[in-house]
Write a protein that binds this ligand. Structure first.
Ligand code: AKG
Ligand code: FE2
Length: 353
């Protein structure tokens, strides 16, 4: 979600505390898990079945009015939707699953050697010894613009095709982002060129997640509830192992993704730009007793020269601005200095009227 190109390299994230590797911990045949992972009163009751909207990207590209209307409602009422007919080749997705899967299977020391500054393996958002820990490991890379890549954090020779695989996939994610952002502009009645331009050559990064099986699965979380501090996230879930839940009107809704679908969610930056017309939605991950789960979240932000604040053309009909205007650098400096905690980051950017 940040990059180290000319300007943003001055962002100095508060250093996160080192934590144990969960994959290694889980491989010890544990019967119980350390207390720092155990959540009190974890509400795992599910009240709603899967109703996450499904958007046909091909139809959206063709300006199909019905699909655009469906897309508008998905952005307004859900903030999360599945995307089908997205045009990403099955081979591209299969290769991504294979290479990322192979990376997580590397010996721990080899994975750990892929950690440089705020990027790479094992980066976390842990700032105190009391903070509860997530039952998962992550590998985080800046992927666009290409100059922002720090190949020191990328695998060198295993998986052999990793660079090529991630590069191809990264361009496909960027293509999807551009179609979606264009559709949003049409639906919001704002200048499409101006809106898509804000996201042109924007930053893109990938968070690859590995959640090992857990003997006390019902007492831990793979990722704490959070919204994404990004514009748009496109999520690839591996091998139909579900676990993501979204907070829809106060209820945790489990996401059962369709085979071959990608999941998209709106992040805090779009919530701010649209003055809250489209909202970023809190989500969390639950884990399984038997199966490891993997996913890749691809985050897309605006170009780093964009000031993040409500667009004036969306402040209409006597509305008031709901959020502060902050520079891209300020936005991410604030984000990186705190733990993931629901939507509390966005709350700090809200104007108190
Ligand atoms: O693994 C998932 O399904 C979600 C991951 C996620 O929310 C994230 O990486 O921000
Ligand atoms: Fe997320």
């Amino acid at each position: 979600m940040i990059c180290n190109t000319m300007e943003t390299k001055f962002i100095t994230p508060t250093t996160t505390l080192p934590v144990a590797n969960v994959q290694a911990l889980a491989s010890n045949n544990l019967k119980t898990v350390p207390s720092r992972y155990i959540r009190q009163a974890l509400d795992l009751e599910i009240f709603a079945d899967n109703e996450i909207p499904v958007i046909n990207l091909g139809k959206l590209t063709d300006d199909d009015h019905e699909e655009l209307a469906k897309f508008h409602l998905a952005c307004q009422d859900w903030g999360f939707f599945q995307v089908v007919n997205h045009g990403v080749g099955e081979d591209v997705i299969e290769k991504m699953i294979e290479d990322v899967g192979e990376f997580f299977e590397l010996p721990l020391e080899e994975k750990k050697s892929r950690s440089v500054k705020s990027e790479g393996y094992g980066r976390t958002f842990v700032f105190s010894e009391e903070q509860k820990l997530d039952w998962g490991d992550m590998y985080y890379l800046h992927t666009q613009p290409v100059e922002s890549r720090n190949y020191a954090a990328w695998p060198t020779h295993r998986p052999l095709t990793f660079r090529e695989t991630v590069s191809t996939y990264s361009l496909e994610m960027d293509r999807i982002k551009t179609i979606l952002v264009g559709g949003m502009a049409k639906n919001l009645g704002i200048n499409e060129g101006k809106f898509t331009n804000m996201f042109n050559n924007g930053t893109q990064s990938m968070r690859m997640n590995y959640y090992p099986p857990c003997p006390e699965a019902s007492k831990v979380l793979g990722i704490s509830p959070h919204s994404d501090a990004t514009g748009l996230t496109v999520l690839l879930q591996f091998n139909q192992v579900h676990g993501l839940q979204i907070n829809h009107n106060g209820t945790w809704v489990p996401v059962k993704m369709l085979p071959n679908a990608l999941l998209v969610n709106i992040g805090d930056i779009i919530e701010i730009l649209t003055n809250g017309k489209y909202k970023s939605i809190e989500h969390r991950v639950v884990v399984s007793k038997e199966k490891a789960r993997m996913s890749v979240a691809t985050f897309h932000e605006t170009h780093e020269s964009v000031v993040i604040g409500p667009l004036p053309e969306l402040i209409i009909n006597g509305e008031t601005e709901q959020y502060k205007h902050v520079s891209f650098v300020e936005f991410f400096t604030m984000f990186l200095s705190r733990k993931l905690d629901g939507k509390s980051f966005l709350d700090d950017l809200k104007l108190k009227h």
